[in-house]
Ligand binder design. Structure first.
Ligand SMILES: NC(=O)c1ccc[n+]([C@@H]2O[C@H](COP(=O)([O-])OP(=O)(O)OC[C@H]3O[C@@H](n4cnc5c(N)ncnc54)[C@H](O)[C@@H]3O)[C@@H](O)[C@H]2O)c1
Length: 328
Protein backbone atom coordinates (compact mmCIF):
# COMPACT_ATOMS: atom_id res chain seq x y z
CA UNK A 1 0.00 0.00 0.00
CA UNK A 2 1.01 3.63 -0.51
CA UNK A 3 0.70 5.11 2.97
CA UNK A 4 0.96 8.81 3.86
CA UNK A 5 1.72 9.58 7.49
CA UNK A 6 1.03 13.08 8.77
CA UNK A 7 3.37 13.83 11.67
CA UNK A 8 7.01 12.79 11.93
CA UNK A 9 7.16 12.66 15.71
CA UNK A 10 7.79 9.63 17.89
CA UNK A 11 4.84 7.47 16.88
CA UNK A 12 4.48 8.76 13.29
CA UNK A 13 8.09 7.89 12.46
CA UNK A 14 8.04 4.53 14.26
CA UNK A 15 4.74 3.55 12.63
CA UNK A 16 6.25 4.53 9.27
CA UNK A 17 9.37 2.43 9.85
CA UNK A 18 7.49 -0.72 10.91
CA UNK A 19 5.06 -0.41 8.00
CA UNK A 20 7.99 0.12 5.62
CA UNK A 21 9.57 -3.08 6.98
CA UNK A 22 6.19 -4.74 6.43
CA UNK A 23 6.52 -3.91 2.71
CA UNK A 24 4.47 -0.72 2.31
CA UNK A 25 5.58 2.47 0.52
CA UNK A 26 5.76 5.24 3.08
CA UNK A 27 5.80 9.03 2.86
CA UNK A 28 5.84 11.16 6.00
CA UNK A 29 4.75 14.78 6.34
CA UNK A 30 6.58 16.99 8.82
CA UNK A 31 5.04 20.47 9.06
CA UNK A 32 8.28 22.16 10.07
CA UNK A 33 10.18 22.79 6.81
CA UNK A 34 13.63 22.99 8.40
CA UNK A 35 13.10 19.82 10.39
CA UNK A 36 11.66 17.99 7.37
CA UNK A 37 14.64 18.88 5.21
CA UNK A 38 17.07 17.89 7.96
CA UNK A 39 15.39 14.50 8.48
CA UNK A 40 15.15 13.83 4.75
CA UNK A 41 18.87 14.49 4.40
CA UNK A 42 20.27 12.90 7.56
CA UNK A 43 17.53 10.32 8.38
CA UNK A 44 17.94 11.48 11.99
CA UNK A 45 14.65 12.22 13.80
CA UNK A 46 15.98 13.20 17.21
CA UNK A 47 14.72 14.20 19.72
CA UNK A 48 11.55 12.31 18.71
CA UNK A 49 13.37 9.11 17.86
CA UNK A 50 16.75 8.24 19.31
CA UNK A 51 19.20 5.48 18.30
CA UNK A 52 17.29 4.61 15.08
CA UNK A 53 17.51 6.14 11.61
CA UNK A 54 14.62 6.47 9.21
CA UNK A 55 15.30 4.19 6.20
CA UNK A 56 16.28 6.00 2.96
CA UNK A 57 13.26 4.92 0.86
CA UNK A 58 10.85 6.72 3.24
CA UNK A 59 10.24 10.22 1.89
CA UNK A 60 10.06 13.02 4.47
CA UNK A 61 8.52 16.22 3.10
CA UNK A 62 7.00 19.45 4.44
CA UNK A 63 4.81 19.85 1.36
CA UNK A 64 1.55 18.13 2.17
CA UNK A 65 0.62 17.56 -1.47
CA UNK A 66 3.85 15.63 -2.14
CA UNK A 67 3.02 13.27 0.71
CA UNK A 68 -0.70 12.66 0.24
CA UNK A 69 -0.91 12.49 -3.55
CA UNK A 70 -1.47 8.91 -4.70
CA UNK A 71 -1.66 7.58 -1.16
CA UNK A 72 -4.17 4.83 -0.48
CA UNK A 73 -4.31 5.48 3.24
CA UNK A 74 -3.71 8.72 5.14
CA UNK A 75 -2.56 8.24 8.72
CA UNK A 76 -2.82 11.06 11.28
CA UNK A 77 -0.02 11.16 13.87
CA UNK A 78 -0.02 14.79 14.96
CA UNK A 79 -0.88 16.21 18.41
CA UNK A 80 -4.66 16.28 18.88
CA UNK A 81 -4.89 20.06 19.30
CA UNK A 82 -3.27 20.59 15.88
CA UNK A 83 -5.51 18.18 13.95
CA UNK A 84 -8.04 20.89 12.98
CA UNK A 85 -5.38 23.09 11.38
CA UNK A 86 -3.80 20.12 9.57
CA UNK A 87 -7.19 19.22 8.07
CA UNK A 88 -7.68 22.83 6.99
CA UNK A 89 -4.42 22.60 5.03
CA UNK A 90 -5.44 19.25 3.59
CA UNK A 91 -8.74 20.59 2.31
CA UNK A 92 -6.78 22.93 0.04
CA UNK A 93 -5.35 20.00 -1.93
CA UNK A 94 -6.76 17.09 -3.86
CA UNK A 95 -6.57 13.67 -2.29
CA UNK A 96 -7.17 10.36 -3.97
CA UNK A 97 -7.93 8.09 -1.08
CA UNK A 98 -11.15 7.84 0.87
CA UNK A 99 -9.54 6.14 3.86
CA UNK A 100 -8.02 7.64 6.98
CA UNK A 101 -6.47 6.14 10.07
CA UNK A 102 -6.04 8.10 13.30
CA UNK A 103 -3.26 7.24 15.75
CA UNK A 104 -4.14 10.29 17.86
CA UNK A 105 -5.12 9.99 21.52
CA UNK A 106 -6.86 13.10 22.75
CA UNK A 107 -9.94 15.32 22.70
CA UNK A 108 -10.09 18.73 21.03
CA UNK A 109 -10.36 21.32 23.80
CA UNK A 110 -12.30 23.83 21.69
CA UNK A 111 -14.93 21.59 20.14
CA UNK A 112 -14.82 18.62 22.58
CA UNK A 113 -14.69 16.34 19.54
CA UNK A 114 -12.74 13.07 19.33
CA UNK A 115 -10.08 12.81 16.58
CA UNK A 116 -12.22 10.65 14.26
CA UNK A 117 -15.14 13.08 14.68
CA UNK A 118 -12.91 15.99 13.65
CA UNK A 119 -11.75 14.04 10.60
CA UNK A 120 -15.32 13.02 9.73
CA UNK A 121 -16.46 16.63 9.92
CA UNK A 122 -13.83 17.63 7.36
CA UNK A 123 -14.37 14.52 5.21
CA UNK A 124 -17.94 13.26 5.79
CA UNK A 125 -17.93 10.81 2.88
CA UNK A 126 -14.59 9.17 3.60
CA UNK A 127 -14.03 6.32 6.04
CA UNK A 128 -12.03 6.89 9.19
CA UNK A 129 -10.50 4.18 11.39
CA UNK A 130 -8.69 4.42 14.70
CA UNK A 131 -5.71 2.44 15.97
CA UNK A 132 -5.23 2.44 19.73
CA UNK A 133 -4.05 0.34 22.64
CA UNK A 134 -0.72 -0.24 24.40
CA UNK A 135 1.70 1.17 21.83
CA UNK A 136 4.69 2.91 23.36
CA UNK A 137 6.59 3.71 20.15
CA UNK A 138 10.01 3.28 21.76
CA UNK A 139 9.18 -0.34 22.61
CA UNK A 140 7.74 -1.03 19.15
CA UNK A 141 10.85 0.21 17.34
CA UNK A 142 12.91 -2.22 19.48
CA UNK A 143 10.75 -5.03 18.04
CA UNK A 144 9.09 -5.72 21.37
CA UNK A 145 5.62 -7.25 20.94
CA UNK A 146 2.25 -5.65 21.60
CA UNK A 147 -1.41 -5.96 20.67
CA UNK A 148 -3.64 -3.05 19.67
CA UNK A 149 -7.15 -2.52 18.41
CA UNK A 150 -8.37 -1.13 15.09
CA UNK A 151 -11.81 0.44 15.35
CA UNK A 152 -14.07 1.44 12.51
CA UNK A 153 -17.61 1.38 11.25
CA UNK A 154 -16.96 -0.61 8.08
CA UNK A 155 -15.81 -3.99 9.43
CA UNK A 156 -15.21 -5.55 6.02
CA UNK A 157 -12.70 -2.89 5.08
CA UNK A 158 -11.30 -2.79 8.63
CA UNK A 159 -10.49 -6.48 8.24
CA UNK A 160 -8.38 -5.71 5.18
CA UNK A 161 -6.53 -2.95 7.02
CA UNK A 162 -6.04 -5.31 9.95
CA UNK A 163 -4.20 -7.79 7.78
CA UNK A 164 -2.29 -5.08 5.85
CA UNK A 165 -1.00 -3.35 8.99
CA UNK A 166 -0.39 -6.28 11.34
CA UNK A 167 3.29 -7.06 11.78
CA UNK A 168 4.98 -9.87 13.66
CA UNK A 169 5.24 -7.62 16.72
CA UNK A 170 2.06 -5.59 16.30
CA UNK A 171 -0.97 -7.81 16.60
CA UNK A 172 -4.16 -6.01 15.62
CA UNK A 173 -7.63 -6.86 16.89
CA UNK A 174 -10.85 -5.38 15.50
CA UNK A 175 -13.61 -3.47 17.29
CA UNK A 176 -16.65 -1.52 16.11
CA UNK A 177 -16.84 0.84 19.09
CA UNK A 178 -14.90 3.85 17.85
CA UNK A 179 -16.19 6.12 20.62
CA UNK A 180 -15.13 3.71 23.36
CA UNK A 181 -11.71 3.14 21.80
CA UNK A 182 -11.02 6.86 21.40
CA UNK A 183 -12.30 7.83 24.84
CA UNK A 184 -10.21 5.10 26.49
CA UNK A 185 -7.11 6.22 24.56
CA UNK A 186 -7.58 9.88 25.45
CA UNK A 187 -8.52 9.54 29.10
CA UNK A 188 -5.92 6.97 30.10
CA UNK A 189 -3.34 9.75 29.68
CA UNK A 190 -5.05 11.77 32.42
CA UNK A 191 -5.10 8.83 34.84
CA UNK A 192 -1.46 8.07 33.90
CA UNK A 193 -0.55 11.60 34.99
CA UNK A 194 -2.24 10.85 38.35
CA UNK A 195 -0.19 7.62 38.63
CA UNK A 196 2.98 9.56 37.80
CA UNK A 197 2.12 12.09 40.51
CA UNK A 198 1.67 9.25 42.97
CA UNK A 199 5.07 7.77 41.99
CA UNK A 200 6.68 11.20 42.20
CA UNK A 201 5.36 11.59 45.73
CA UNK A 202 6.98 8.28 46.62
CA UNK A 203 3.77 6.25 47.05
CA UNK A 204 3.84 2.57 46.19
CA UNK A 205 2.00 -0.07 44.20
CA UNK A 206 -1.13 0.05 46.38
CA UNK A 207 -1.80 3.68 45.50
CA UNK A 208 -1.22 3.03 41.80
CA UNK A 209 -3.41 -0.07 41.75
CA UNK A 210 -6.18 1.95 43.37
CA UNK A 211 -5.80 4.86 40.93
CA UNK A 212 -5.88 2.52 37.92
CA UNK A 213 -8.96 0.59 39.03
CA UNK A 214 -10.91 3.66 40.12
CA UNK A 215 -9.57 5.48 37.05
CA UNK A 216 -11.05 2.98 34.62
CA UNK A 217 -14.39 3.32 36.44
CA UNK A 218 -14.54 7.07 35.84
CA UNK A 219 -13.37 6.69 32.23
CA UNK A 220 -16.14 4.16 31.67
CA UNK A 221 -18.71 6.37 33.43
CA UNK A 222 -18.09 9.21 30.97
CA UNK A 223 -17.66 6.91 27.97
CA UNK A 224 -21.02 5.21 28.48
CA UNK A 225 -22.76 8.61 28.65
CA UNK A 226 -21.10 9.46 25.33
CA UNK A 227 -22.46 6.30 23.71
CA UNK A 228 -19.60 3.82 24.16
CA UNK A 229 -19.95 0.12 24.95
CA UNK A 230 -18.94 -0.35 28.64
CA UNK A 231 -16.99 -3.53 27.77
CA UNK A 232 -14.60 -1.65 25.49
CA UNK A 233 -12.96 -0.05 28.56
CA UNK A 234 -11.72 -3.41 29.82
CA UNK A 235 -9.99 -4.16 26.50
CA UNK A 236 -6.68 -3.16 24.90
CA UNK A 237 -7.61 0.48 24.29
CA UNK A 238 -8.93 0.90 27.84
CA UNK A 239 -7.40 -0.99 30.73
CA UNK A 240 -4.61 -2.39 28.51
CA UNK A 241 -3.33 1.04 27.55
CA UNK A 242 -4.04 2.54 30.98
CA UNK A 243 -1.88 -0.03 32.79
CA UNK A 244 0.92 0.34 30.21
CA UNK A 245 0.97 4.12 30.36
CA UNK A 246 0.71 4.23 34.14
CA UNK A 247 3.72 1.95 34.65
CA UNK A 248 6.03 2.82 31.74
CA UNK A 249 9.05 4.98 32.42
CA UNK A 250 8.93 5.75 28.67
CA UNK A 251 5.41 7.17 28.82
CA UNK A 252 5.38 10.94 28.55
CA UNK A 253 2.18 11.36 30.54
CA UNK A 254 3.48 9.22 33.36
CA UNK A 255 6.82 11.06 33.32
CA UNK A 256 5.00 14.40 33.26
CA UNK A 257 3.00 13.39 36.35
CA UNK A 258 6.09 12.10 38.13
CA UNK A 259 7.81 15.45 37.74
CA UNK A 260 4.71 17.19 39.13
CA UNK A 261 4.76 14.82 42.10
CA UNK A 262 8.44 15.65 42.63
CA UNK A 263 7.47 19.30 43.01
CA UNK A 264 8.06 20.80 39.56
CA UNK A 265 5.54 23.29 38.17
CA UNK A 266 3.68 22.90 34.88
CA UNK A 267 5.72 25.76 33.41
CA UNK A 268 9.06 24.21 34.43
CA UNK A 269 8.15 20.78 33.05
CA UNK A 270 6.83 22.19 29.76
CA UNK A 271 10.14 24.00 29.24
CA UNK A 272 12.07 20.68 29.15
CA UNK A 273 9.40 18.71 27.30
CA UNK A 274 9.70 18.92 23.50
CA UNK A 275 7.17 16.18 22.94
CA UNK A 276 3.46 16.31 23.51
CA UNK A 277 1.95 14.81 26.71
CA UNK A 278 -1.64 14.72 25.48
CA UNK A 279 -3.18 14.26 28.95
CA UNK A 280 -2.22 17.83 29.91
CA UNK A 281 -4.70 19.32 27.43
CA UNK A 282 -7.12 16.36 27.40
CA UNK A 283 -7.94 16.92 31.08
CA UNK A 284 -9.34 20.35 30.22
CA UNK A 285 -11.77 18.80 27.75
CA UNK A 286 -12.59 16.05 30.26
CA UNK A 287 -13.67 18.58 32.90
CA UNK A 288 -16.12 20.18 30.47
CA UNK A 289 -17.43 16.83 29.25
CA UNK A 290 -17.91 15.61 32.84
CA UNK A 291 -19.97 18.72 33.57
CA UNK A 292 -21.94 18.43 30.35
CA UNK A 293 -22.84 14.77 30.99
CA UNK A 294 -23.23 15.13 34.76
CA UNK A 295 -20.64 12.50 35.72
CA UNK A 296 -18.31 12.40 38.69
CA UNK A 297 -14.63 12.14 37.73
CA UNK A 298 -12.70 12.70 40.94
CA UNK A 299 -9.24 11.60 39.77
CA UNK A 300 -9.38 13.68 36.58
CA UNK A 301 -10.61 16.64 38.65
CA UNK A 302 -7.63 16.38 40.98
CA UNK A 303 -5.21 16.18 38.03
CA UNK A 304 -6.88 19.30 36.59
CA UNK A 305 -6.60 21.17 39.90
CA UNK A 306 -2.92 20.22 40.30
CA UNK A 307 -2.13 21.29 36.73
CA UNK A 308 -4.22 24.44 36.48
CA UNK A 309 -5.36 25.51 39.94
CA UNK A 310 -2.09 25.34 41.88
CA UNK A 311 -3.29 22.52 44.12
CA UNK A 312 -0.34 20.74 45.69
CA UNK A 313 0.13 17.15 44.44
CA UNK A 314 0.08 15.79 47.99
CA UNK A 315 -3.13 17.64 48.92
CA UNK A 316 -4.61 16.58 45.59
CA UNK A 317 -4.07 12.85 46.14
CA UNK A 318 -5.01 13.16 49.85
CA UNK A 319 -8.31 14.77 48.89
CA UNK A 320 -9.24 11.58 47.02
CA UNK A 321 -9.02 9.69 50.32
CA UNK A 322 -11.26 12.16 52.12
CA UNK A 323 -14.23 11.86 49.78
CA UNK A 324 -17.50 10.49 51.25
CA UNK A 325 -17.38 6.72 51.65
CA UNK A 326 -19.37 4.62 49.15
CA UNK A 327 -19.81 1.16 47.64
CA UNK A 328 -17.46 -0.05 44.94
N1 LIG B 1 4.54 8.27 21.18
C1 LIG B 1 3.81 7.17 21.34
O1 LIG B 1 4.32 6.14 21.80
C2 LIG B 1 2.34 7.16 20.95
C3 LIG B 1 1.70 5.94 20.91
C4 LIG B 1 0.36 5.89 20.54
C5 LIG B 1 -0.31 7.06 20.22
N2 LIG B 1 0.35 8.24 20.27
C6 LIG B 1 -0.42 9.44 19.89
O2 LIG B 1 0.00 9.85 18.60
C7 LIG B 1 -0.09 11.27 18.48
C8 LIG B 1 1.27 11.81 18.06
O3 LIG B 1 2.16 11.48 19.10
P1 LIG B 1 3.73 11.49 18.97
O4 LIG B 1 4.23 10.79 20.17
O5 LIG B 1 4.19 11.03 17.65
O6 LIG B 1 3.99 13.08 19.14
P2 LIG B 1 5.35 13.86 19.04
O7 LIG B 1 5.27 14.99 20.02
O8 LIG B 1 6.49 12.92 19.13
O9 LIG B 1 5.34 14.44 17.54
C9 LIG B 1 4.35 15.26 17.05
C10 LIG B 1 4.57 15.58 15.57
O10 LIG B 1 3.61 16.58 15.21
C11 LIG B 1 4.29 17.69 14.66
N3 LIG B 1 3.56 18.92 14.98
C12 LIG B 1 3.67 19.70 16.08
N4 LIG B 1 2.86 20.77 15.94
C13 LIG B 1 2.25 20.66 14.74
C14 LIG B 1 1.33 21.47 14.03
N5 LIG B 1 0.87 22.61 14.53
N6 LIG B 1 0.92 21.04 12.82
C15 LIG B 1 1.36 19.88 12.30
N7 LIG B 1 2.25 19.08 12.91
C16 LIG B 1 2.69 19.48 14.12
C17 LIG B 1 5.68 17.66 15.24
O11 LIG B 1 6.59 18.38 14.43
C18 LIG B 1 5.94 16.17 15.22
O12 LIG B 1 6.30 15.75 13.95
C19 LIG B 1 -0.54 11.78 19.84
O13 LIG B 1 -1.92 11.99 19.84
C20 LIG B 1 -0.20 10.64 20.79
O14 LIG B 1 -1.06 10.58 21.92
C21 LIG B 1 1.67 8.32 20.61
Amino acid sequence: MNIAILGCGNWGSVFGIIQYRRGHQIKIWEFDKKRAEYIQETRDNSPFLLKYKIPDPILIDWRLENVVENSELIVFAVPCQTLGSVLKEMKKIKIKTGEFLSLIKGIDIKTLLLPSEIINRAYPKEKCYVLSGPSIANEIIRNEPTAVVLAGKNMERAKILQSELTTENLRIYLCDDMTGVEIGGALKNVIAIACGISDGLGFGANAKGALISRGIVEIQRLGVKMGANPRTFYGLSGLGDLVTTSFSEESRNHTFGKKLGQGKSLKEIKKDFVMVAEGVSTVRAVMRLAKKHGVEMPISKVVYEILYKNKSPLNGLRSLMLRPLKNE
